[in-house]
Design a protein around this ligand. Structure first.
Ligand code: TRP
Length: 74
């Protein structure tokens, strides 16, 4: 898959989880990355990754716009 798009995830609290889900028939967690406040992860959708789940309070920038996820306690 050729994909130059990437998403930017900036943690706005400690312990934000960026979870990669597999592409294909089975949709499973394959990677979990923990970010603390201010940490940034830049990620792409790949042959292995079809979806990304964000747990916790973070700003997510995509080509489609910016969205803020909330933490459970909010
Ligand atoms: N090995 C994974 C892949 O190539 C790494 C990855 C890419 C990833 N995008 C991600 C992991 C998004 C978590 C979230 O697909």
């Amino acid at each position: 898959m050729s994909n130059n798009e990437f998403i930017v995830i900036k943690a706005l609290e400690d312990g934000v989880h960026v979870i990669g889900l597999t592409r294909g028939t089975d949709t499973k967690f394959h990677h979990s990355e923990k970010l603390d406040t201010g940490e940034v992860m830049i990620a792409q959708f790949t042959d292995h990754t079809s979806a990304v789940k964000i747990r916790g309070y973070a700003e997510i920038q995509t080509a489609h716009g910016t969205v803020t996820s909330d933490s459970k306690s909010k």
